[in-house]
Design a protein around this ligand. Structure first.
Ligand code: ATP
Ligand code: MG
Length: 139
């Protein structure tokens, strides 16, 4: 058993395309548990801090514009191997190369507008969960 939490974001493109509910269904059908959720619109500054690891990359500015372009759902998910399980459900970063049936293949548009985010390792999961949530958000 490896019960841990990960951070998921249903990105602004999915809210705009009205596929957020379908993505939530995939999460629930997967057996992962939604522990906390908030709908929020990131400021460019907040998006920049969240994706600070990508500062300096060619897509960084566009990524911040995209992530602050409208509301998103920010969630914590828990379950056995939640980090890798959620990354598997999302699929590869680029919807064009993501496996059939993955969220990005089903609902992503391109490498930028790719519907969802997931933490990539235990340390980043801890950081990202506490970036958005505090103890009182877990009911
Ligand atoms: P995320 O961190 O959002 O879960 P990821 O870990 O699959 O995605 P990263 O390399 O961390 O991929 O990239 C972060 C995000 O930046 C991507 O999800 C995508 O929205 C955007 N992005 C990544 N590469 C590119 C690119 N070459 N051109 C445009 N946008 C990109
Ligand atoms: Mg990433």
């Amino acid at each position: 058993m490896n019960q841990i939490q990960t951070l998921a974001i249903i990105k602004p493109d999915a809210i705009r395309n009205k596929t957020a509910g379908k993505i939530l269904s995939i999460i629930e059908d997967s057996g992962l548990t939604i522990e906390a959720v908030k709908m929020m619109r990131l400021t460019k500054e907040l998006a920049g801090a969240f994706y600070a690891v990508h500062r300096g990359k060619p897509f960084y500015e566009e990524l911040l514009d995209f992530m602050s372009s409208g509301p998103c759902f920010v969630l914590t998910l828990s379950g056995e191997n939640a980090i890798t399980r959620w990354r598997e459900l999302m699929g590869a970063t680029n919807p064009a190369t993501a496996a059939e049936g993955t969220i990005r293949k089903l609902y992503g548009t391109n490498i930028q507008f790719n519907a969802c985010h997931g933490s990539d390792a235990p340390e980043t999961a801890r950081q990202e969960v506490s970036f958005f949530f505090s103890g009182t958000d877990f009911l």
